[in-house]
Design a binder for this molecule. Structure first.
Ligand code: MG
Ligand code: MG
Length: 261
């Protein structure tokens, strides 16, 4: 069932439960990969761990082959914001490692991302990741029936703006509707005025994913046609969850625990 001018897919409660199963595979995979992130590990090794986790759960990776993407997860290090391709690069102390994962169960998708601080990092870089995660949770909490789509981006932006002018919110890449496909209407920007856009109704599912740079928000794509980097070379963080709008409030489908806000 689709609703509104923006053709937003509205799921039944049974379909949301299948999305929760996919989201749990994503959560468990990110948990496994995070546990393996340490000095010296290659990003390809992290991809192998993700591949095994998704496969052992009986799920299908969303990313592998998506528009030709060659891996199971995106691994974006330091000034890489999103869409980094796993390879021979080895993780070092002080790195910020963002892992993005998607999985499919019975045709329904989950999508989430985390940023990991490797060893000791300067306070401003730790704050970058913490602010981005807090902004994510503020956005998730705004995914309530009766609210408007732009309430989510407004909540995200408010947290980042209050943290200080040295944080740049990436505008060229945004969150998205999700369900029977990974990327669906509507776009979910990480900024904006509240009270605009489609009304949120139970059964909608959205991937909320702030991308924040400790510097200018400008980004560019590397010659591999995938990796998005901060144009000024500053550190970046990326946190994401898939959330369902329900009668009882936001249901975070990609958390390890069953989180209802
Ligand atoms: Mg993602
Ligand atoms: Mg996403």
């Amino acid at each position: 069932m689709f609703r509104g001018r923006d053709r937003i897919e509205v799921k039944s409660i049974d379909q949301l439960h299948v999305m929760r199963a996919a989201g749990l595979v994503v959560a468990q995979t990110l948990h496994c990969v995070a546990a393996a992130v340490r000095e010296g590990v290659s990003t390809a090794e992290l991809d192998d761990i993700a591949a095994a986790s998704i496969r052992d759960a009986g799920a299908t990776p969303s990313f592998l082959g998506y528009h030709g993407f060659p891996a199971h997860i995106c691994v974006s290090v330091n000034d890489e914001v999103v869409h980094g391709i796993p390879g021979e690069r080895r993780i070092g102390l002080g790195d910020v490692v963002s892992i993005d994962c998607g999985a499919i169960v019975d045709g329904w998708h989950g999508d989430a991302a985390i940023s990991i601080l490797v060893g000791e990092v300067p306070a401003d870089i730790a704050e970058l990741s913490h602010v981005t995660e807090r902004a994510l949770w503020a956005g998730l909490a705004a995914a309530r029936p009766g609210g408007r789509l732009s309430d989510i981006g407004h909540a995200v932006e408010t947290v980042v703006r209050e943290a200080g002018p040295h944080f740049g919110i990436v505008e060229e890449y945004v969150g998205h509707g999700i369900g029977s496909s990974m990327h669906m209407d509507p776009a979910v920007p990480n900024y904006g005025k509240p009270g605009k856009g489609p009304r949120l109704v139970p059964g909608m599912a959205l991937a909320v994913e702030p991308m924040v740079i400790l510097g200018s928000p400008e980004v560019q794509v590397l010659d591999d046609d995938w990796t998005v980097v901060a144009s000024d070379g500053s550190m970046a963080a990326h946190w994401e969850h898939t959330v369902a709008v329900t009668e009882d409030g936001p249901w975070v489908l990609t958390a390890l625990d069953d989180v209802r806000l």
